[in-house]
Design a protein around this ligand. Structure first.
Ligand SMILES: Cc1cc2nc3c(=O)[nH]c(=O)nc-3n(C[C@H](O)[C@H](O)[C@H](O)COP(=O)(O)OP(=O)(O)OC[C@H]3O[C@@H](n4cnc5c(N)ncnc54)[C@H](O)[C@@H]3O)c2cc1C
Length: 444
């Protein structure tokens, strides 16, 4: 089997400027190791996001004598994982909330909590400086329609016997400094992180038997009974086993092409509030909120006093977004912030970016063996920090020990289902996204 990867692919690091990455002081470091020649490793991991780095760490932990390589087409921290809003969520979220089976909700809690526990272990053991903090999460509504979705959310939490606190407009304003939200539910288990700092810190914490290669796009994969050969423009690496932790780009390797689609969502980060702006801001620092309406806005006020806003989705099979669109989103995000904070109309948007997620119609997910010697994890991952980290760990567990209880837990999810053919697929998605945008306009 030989699979050739599209040579024309664009990566996420070309979509705007990722504020988490470029606001870090250390972002100018360059990869010291060049990938070239004919090499041999026991295990190769392609893709260094939440999934890939977690898998590399676990493989090295379980098999300290193995030689492991992790390769990414971009700099570590520029993947979707490094572009995400930094919520490591314990509760069922988005797609998980579209059914009312309390067993599935309990399972989502279990998966997310195991993922959080594992991430926390890596953070603590290596003293990774990524502002890891269990700050909890506010699920909020700006409109009466979204407030009605909160009723289902509370029912879900009651069914799972989880703790939560209901907040009215005044209580929310005392935390967030805005009157925008009329009701909310606080759950305590969500962890907030600086995602690019987490990834860079984790990459630096990998043991010596792991070699990290950045800016090296894999362009072909060939497998036979003995193992797998992975090629970039300047190198070929032979290995016993390969993990493809490449997010939606698994499509480019001809896996899951007709079951998942790339959807890009967009975020902006403000300046650090000036002293004058801090004097006008009446809320607290270090909180994060998600919208009760799945088409709504995610918002954070970081501990270091930046506002980070995320909304809007586009179906972008080319993975490419032009600068004009990013400028439009920057304005939309500025308007969203000033709508919430009219006194902060002199805020500057310092960074605006997009990041790609995989979407499946039935929110399906796969983690495990794709074929002999090749493993992967793909599927619906609009919320993927905790679950993706657990998936990476459990794939490594299965490779080294031959079994993984956690992988069995993840396998309880439905597999991503088939999509209709083009052009019906693209027409259907664009119509749906436009409709959702209209329906959720009060939450933008
Ligand atoms: C703006 C935004 C906000 C989000 N907010 C949250 C949130 O708050 N909480 C949450 O849980 N989730 C959030 N998500 C979703 C989350 O980012 C994803 O679920 C998660 O990043 C997926 O991790 P991953 O490791 O599978 O993929 P990625 O992080 O995308 O990593 C895949 C890597 O594979 C590399 N790659 C692909 N092809 C090749 C190749 N051929 N050769 C070499 N390397 C290759 C890519 O460069 C990339 O680095 C958000 C997503 C976005 C875009």
């Amino acid at each position: 089997m030989v699979k050739e990867f599209s040579k024309y692919m664009k990566f996420q690091n070309s979509i705007g400027s990722n504020g988490w990455y470029y606001s870090l002081d250390t972002s100018i470091e360059d990869s010291p190791i060049e990938l070239k020649g004919n090499l041999s490793y026991d295990y190769v991991i392609v893709g260094a996001g939440f999934v890939g780095l977690s898998a590399a760490y676990r493989l090295a932990q379980l098999s300290p004598k193995s030689h492991i390589a992790i390769i990414d087409a971009t700099k570590i921290g520029l993947s979707s994982s490094g572009r995400c809003s930094g919520f490591v969520i314990d509760t069922p979220h988005k797609g998980d909330l579209l059914h009312d089976d309390s067993n599935l909700h309990k399972q989502a809690f279990e998966i997310n909590r195991k993922g959080i526990f594992w991430m926390q272990e890596m953070v603590n053991d290596n003293d990774i400086k990524c502002n890891w903090k269990q700050s909890g999460k506010y699920q909020v509504a700006a409109s009466h329609k979204a407030a009605s979705y909160l009723e289902n959310y509370k029912k879900m939490l009651d069914g799972a016997k989880e703790n939560y606190r209901v907040l009215d407009q005044a209580e929310l304003e005392s935390v967030m400094g805005t009157k925008k939200y009329i009701s909310g539910v606080f759950t305590p288990g969500c962890v907030l992180i600086q995602p690019a700092a987490y990834l860079k810190g984790l990459a630096r914490s990998l043991p010596e038997n792991v070699s990290v290669f950045e800016n090296a796009k894999v362009i072909s994969v060939a497998s036979n009974a003995k193992g797998v050969a992975v090629s970039t423009k300047s190198a070929t690496i032979n290995c016993k086993k390969l993990i493809l932790s490449v997010n939606v780009y698994v499509r480019e390797f001809n896996y899951s092409k007709n079951t998942i689609v790339p959807i890009i969502t967009y975020a902006s980060m403000s300046n650090v509030l000036t002293e004058e702006q801090q004097a006008k801001y009446t809320g607290t620092y270090g909180w994060g909120l998600t919208s009760a309406d799945k088409g709504g806005t995610t918002l954070r006020m970081t501990k270091d006093k930046r506002l980070v806003i995320r909304n809007h989705y586009t179906h972008t099979p080319s993975y490419q977004v032009n600068d004009r669109f990013i400028t439009k989103l920057k304005q939309q995000h500025y308007n969203g912030l000033v709508d919430r904070y009219p006194d902060l109309n002199d805020l500057k948007i310092e960074f605006t970016w997009g990041g790609v997620c995989a979407v499946s119609r039935n929110f399906g997910f796969f983690a495990g063996k794709l074929e002999e010697n090749i493993y992967s994890c793909y599927g619906h991952n609009g919320v993927g920090a905790a679950r993706g980290s657990l998936a990476g760990k459990s794939i490594a567990d299965e490779i080294i020990t031959g079994e993984s209880e956690d992988l069995n837990l993840l396998r309880n999810a439905e597999l991503p289902c088939w999509n209709p053919p083009e052009p019906f697929l693209s027409i259907g998605i664009s119509t749906r996204l436009a409709y959702e945008r209209y329906k959720s306009r009060a939450e933008l």
